[in-house]
Design a protein around this ligand. Structure first.
Ligand SMILES: [Zn+2]
Length: 140
């Protein structure tokens, strides 16, 4: 099958011909800028703030129900049974949703350690230059 004319829109499941180009990585100087063909309809939605995700594995853009829900808040509710409940508030395709997951104490500890580790990582990059010999930040 050969294709002629404009390349198709790279939004997953869209069959429209491309009408514009979406530019990726404009804000990241460490990554080359990339342009992806999208149809006018999807370009308008993206420019209006619609949620989207670029999947580098298949070089496709995911939008709408194909984008994983975005977590907006979460809580842990400990009950009297051995399992705790993780309550996750998220937005999926523009609609708020709440999901509950039950997890064991070891799973809860693992999740907490993961979150704490991430916080430590941020502290290290801010407060500790580590073994980097080319530190340019003067000590206060
Ligand atoms: Zn499209």
């Amino acid at each position: 099958m050969t294709s002629s004319g404009p390349s198709p829109c790279r939004v997953i499941r869209c069959t429209n011909p491309s009408g514009g180009r979406l530019t990726l990585n404009e804000d990241d100087p460490d990554v080359p800028i990339m342009e992806i063909a999208v149809c006018n309809e999807h370009l308008t939605q993206i420019n209006a703030g619609a949620d989207w995700f670029y999947d580098g594995a298949d070089h496709m853009i995911h939008m709408g129900r194909d984008v994983a829900p975005r977590i907006t808040d979460f809580q842990i509710r400990e009950g009297i049974d051995p399992l705790s409940t993780l309550i996750v508030h998220s937005v999926s395709d523009g609609a708020p949703r709440i999901d509950e997951y039950r997890l064991s104490r070891p799973q809860l500890d693992q999740l907490a350690a993961l979150i704490r580790g991430e916080q430590e990582w941020w502290n290290i990059t801010k407060d500790d230059e580590g073994d980097s010999p080319a530190s340019e930040s003067p000590e206060p």
